[in-house]
Design a protein around this ligand. Structure first.
Ligand SMILES: Cc1cc2nc3c(=O)[nH]c(=O)nc-3n(C[C@H](O)[C@H](O)[C@H](O)COP(=O)(O)OP(=O)(O)OC[C@H]3O[C@@H](n4cnc5c(N)ncnc54)[C@H](O)[C@@H]3O)c2cc1C
Length: 494
């Protein structure tokens, strides 16, 4: 029997690479440390409530459709996706509310209601983003990314200005929007890759563009249905998946990855090893002798983490929509706390996702399931979450009460807190960061760890820690690219 291609980690990136490799006819083995696959795409079902504990929004569905097509399958036979309306409800402390919509006339009506002059500006903004998207999608998302050699292509250098790479997201938005509310709303999008709108390049306005133009989708039954669908497809393709199988070392002989050693001591030989675990964690813990790589990566800024409350409440709050955001008064201060001071924001913006509004089975009748997410700093030794989680939780609950969730504390009948420390412990996300490295400067894409390990043959990385970055669609693209690169790697036996 041929040796398997070993994937270390059953996150979405790991599963996507496994499927693309199996579709090429390879024998694939996925080893996942936790009790189920999906990685950060995870769920909790308890006390009659269902919570998606990671992603709540599904974008760029064509990328996952392509994954199913590569395996000669039809995405629609596995997943049922729908748009939610309103897309988001934004609430501000001054009482302003704004519903984003996937229906253009409805959206125009809303913009006109809070800032008439910004209707034309919105369309100018979309046109600008469309140009930027057209320039960056191919080289940065869809093409295999090979690092500085790509950067040195003269075309990309001259494109820097045309893709708003040299001014930040907030400054770029300032050229379009008059309303401070709309500017703050669009400033939120760099948080989708764990970055700050005041530091990350204006290029990232394309995240908002992708959501407004191509849609923010929900997966019927909950986001975890995606992990179930990938698991089903993997089984159909004959991929072997072992859960509760933690890898403790990648076995390297004569400069080549030859297999892995599990925590229980078992050694498994493989043709190639693809690491879906965080690259910094892998260099620190799985690859003896590669400490210099870990030291170099550890010097780079980590993406934001998250502080999460899963709340089951015995009432229904009318003001909540499927996605609701309670913005704070001083957005720059929030990101200054997270990225400059490395501490939780004193007055954070709060995102609440209430999937029971789309899937009533996610909470008992008359109850709601509140997934509450606040941006948090990655672990840096300055915050002891063990000590501070309870106090921060109280602060967030009080703020939600002030924002109109009447007597929230009194209505909580189930709760669980998840901190950046949990993110590190449970998923081995180095520094608890959700998206690997932050994209807080124009060159960050070039600093991400490369997909192919520089000094070890037959060793690859896949997922949010490498290229093109974090988020469900991008880690699926990462799976596709890694399989393509492996297919053309002469060091790997057929
Ligand atoms: C709170 C939150 C909200 C988010 N919201 C969104 C959203 O709305 N939309 C969106 O698109 N994305 C969102 N994301 C991001 C998205 O979830 C991630 O980018 C994506 O799931 C990462 O997938 P991955 O495969 O790269 O890594 P992971 O999901 O981290 O998978 C890595 C896997 O490797 C396993 N592993 C680690 N070490 C070992 C080992 N030694 N042995 C075996 N297995 C190991 C881990 O257990 C894990 O299962 C969110 C994430 C979080 C946490």
């Amino acid at each position: 029997m041929t040796l398997p291609f070993i994937i270390v980690g059953g996150g979405v990136g790991g599963l996507a690479s496994a499927i693309y490799l199996a579709a090429q006819g390879r024998r694939v083995l996925v080893l996942e440390k936790n009790e189920r696959v999906g990685g950060k795409l995870n769920l909790l079902q308890e006390a009659g409530y269902t919570f998606d504990t990671g992603p709540s929004l599904f974008t760029m569905p064509w990328i996952v459709r392509d994954l199913f097509a590569a395996a000669q399958r039809n995405f629609e036979d596995y997943l049922d996706i729908s748009l939610v309306e309103p897309m988001f409800r934004c609430c501000w402390p001054d009482g302003t509310q704004f519903n984003t919509s996937q229906c253009v006339p409805q959206l125009v009506k809303e913009i006109e209601r809070i800032s008439p002059s910004d209707v034309t500006n919105f369309f100018r903004f979309v046109a600008r983003c469309a140009q930027v998207y057209d320039r960056v999608a191919e080289p940065f998302l869809y093409q295999p990314f090979r690092g500085f050699t790509d950067f040195l292509k003269p075309q990309l250098l001259s494109d820097g200005l045309r893709i708003d790479a040299f001014r930040n997201v907030d400054a770029t938005l300032g050229q379009f929007f008059n309303s401070p509310h709309l500017r703050q709303m669009f400033n939120r999008y760099p948080t989708y890759n764990g970055s700050s709108p005041y530091l990350s390049p204006g290029t990232f306005n394309i995240i908002a563009y992708v959501e407004f133009i191509y849609g923010g989708w929900y997966i019927r039954g909950g986001m975890y249905q995606l992990a179930r669908a990938l698991l089903r497809l993997a089984a159909e393709l004959g991929i072997e998946i072992r859960t509760r199988a933690e890898v403790s070392e990648i076995v390297v002989r004569s400069g080549q990855a030859r297999g892995v050693r599990l925590k229980d001591g078992q050694e498994i030989e493989g043709s190639c090893v693809v690491v879906n675990a965080d690259p910094l964690y892998a260099y620190q813990h799985l690859l003896p002798g590669q400490e210099h790589m870990a030291t170099a990566l550890d010097k780079l800024q980590a993406s934001a983490s998250g502080f999460i409350l899963l709340l089951g409440v015995d009432t229904c709050y009318e003001q909540l929509t499927h996605h609701t955001i309670f913005f704070n008064r001083d957005y720059p201060l929030e990101f200054d706390a997270i990225f400059e001071k490395g501490v939780p924001a004193a007055d954070p913006s709060i995102y609440v996702c209430t999937t029971c509004l789309s899937d009533p089975s996610h909470a008992p009748p008359g109850h709601m399931n509140l997934f509450v997410l606040v941006n948090a700093p990655p672990l840096n030794g300055r915050v002891s979450w063990k000590r501070e989680a309870e106090g921060y939780r109280n602060q967030i609950v009080r703020k939600l009460e002030l924002m109109g969730l009447h007597q929230l504390q009194h209505h909580i009948v189930f709760e669980k807190i998840m901190t950046p420390q949990d993110m590190q412990n449970y998923y081995h996300s180095a520094r608890g960061a959700i998206y690997g490295l932050a994209s807080n400067n124009p060159f960050s894409a070039f600093l991400r760890p490369s997909m192919r390990a520089p000094r070890i043959k037959r060793l690859y990385f896949v997922g949010g820690g490498t290229h093109p970055g974090g988020g469900i669609p991008l880690v699926v693209l990462s799976g596709k690219t890694v399989a393509q690169r492996i297919a053309s790697d002469k060091n790997i036996p057929e």
